[in-house]
Design a protein. Structure first.
Length: 331
């Protein structure tokens, strides 16, 4: 489903929905910054800004910290803001262990500690990243003082969304899995850069990032290492869901804002929304409300005009939500 479309596919959809204007101010994300050894392998971390609260971003499935290029600088103008690359994506080394939200949380905890990035944290996650930061908040409640969840997956999403779609999303998942495996195989053999498959798998230079970052991203997603990470994250999604489900309990009065897409990623552009699509989106919204109910200080907002990757189509809405939570933590 949408929570595990490869990041490049999601970003292509974001561009079609009207991403922020292209500029080259995101070039800072085109290179590694702090490569932190977390025990025989290194993860890339980029922090900027200053303040008593640190905002930590986790990206959509299979994408690097640069996914937050339209949000992190604006947040860093008001407080400290950090993006990082999960194992095997961007500039980070791959992990030899199975990849689940649990292992990702362990990596991130080690990364922040070894880099000397002290709490309190406001954790911000989009899509799969939102699953990870929820688990982080459960495992390290003394560190996390607020959260922003951007179109977050629910731990029961696979079953419930497939039921709401009358089995269509299961078929969609199978199609995406076959596509991903084809890309991984092509990357292992070495992409033919002039082929249609290369463009379909990598998205090419696209129209979301500035020139320097677009080139760096394309170089990264063209490698077999990247596609191995894609397969590893995808393979671990159901285990990640189980980890979050096992951890589920109240967040108490933790400040939390949930941002929910206003445009269905499954709707056919230019055509009326079908009854089945409406039912699927209604179930998605119901699950968002269930997540929000785990905190007594939560706010849920549907973002008009935003697709699944809200921080690409409506970055200002995400910036506003993050700064609101930061202010609540400061008070």
């Amino acid at each position: 489903m949408q929570r595990f479309l490869p990041g490049l596919v999601l970003l292509a959809a974001a561009g079609a929905a009207g991403a922020a204007a292209i500029h080259d101010s995101d070039a800072e994300f085109a290179r590694p910054h702090q490569l932190v050894d977390i025990g025989g392998r290194r993860l890339n971390l980029y922090c900027s800004g200053n303040g008593p609260v640190t905002v930590v971003f986790d990206s959509i499935a299979t994408d690097a910290g640069w996914n937050w290029h339209a949000v992190q600088p604006a947040v860093a103008a008001r407080t400290r803001a950090c993006v990082y690359d999960r194992a095997g994506v961007g500039f980070s080394d791959p992990s030899p262990a199975p990849v689940t939200s649990g292992s990702i949380v362990a990596d991130l905890h080690a990364l922040l500690a070894r880099a000397g990035i002290a709490p309190p944290y406001v954790m911000v996650g989009s899509s799969f990243g939102a699953m990870n930061v929820q688990l982080y908040a459960y495992r390290h409640p003394d560190e996390v003082k607020g959260m922003v969840l951007v179109d977050a997956p629910h731990e029961d999403e696979t079953e419930r969304m497939n039921k709401a779609s009358q089995g269509k999303l299961k078929s969609f998942d199978a199609m995406i899995e076959a596509f991903t495996q084809g890309c991984a195989s092509a990357a292992e053999q070495g992409f033919d850069r002039g082929s249609a498959l290369f463009t379909q798998c990598t998205g090419g230079l696209g129209d979301v990032y500035g020139r320097e970052l677009a080139a760096a991203r394309l170089a990264s997603v063209s490698t077999s290492r990247h596609w191995k990470a894609v397969m590893a994250e995808s393979a671990g999604f159901e285990a990640s869901s189980a980890e979050l489900k096992a951890a589920r309990r109240s967040y108490g009065a933790l400040p939390m804002i949930l941002l929910v897409r206003g445009v269905s990623p499954y709707a056919v552009p230019g055509k009326p929304q079908s009854a089945l699509n409406k039912a699927t989106e209604a179930e998605h919204l119901a699950m968002q409300k269930e997540i929000a109910a785990f905190s007594t200080r939560s706010t849920l907002r549907i973002v008009p005009g935003a697709g699944h990757v809200i921080h690409e189509t409506r970055p200002e809405a995400v910036v506003q939500a993050v700064l609101e939570v930061v202010e609540q933590v400061r008070q």
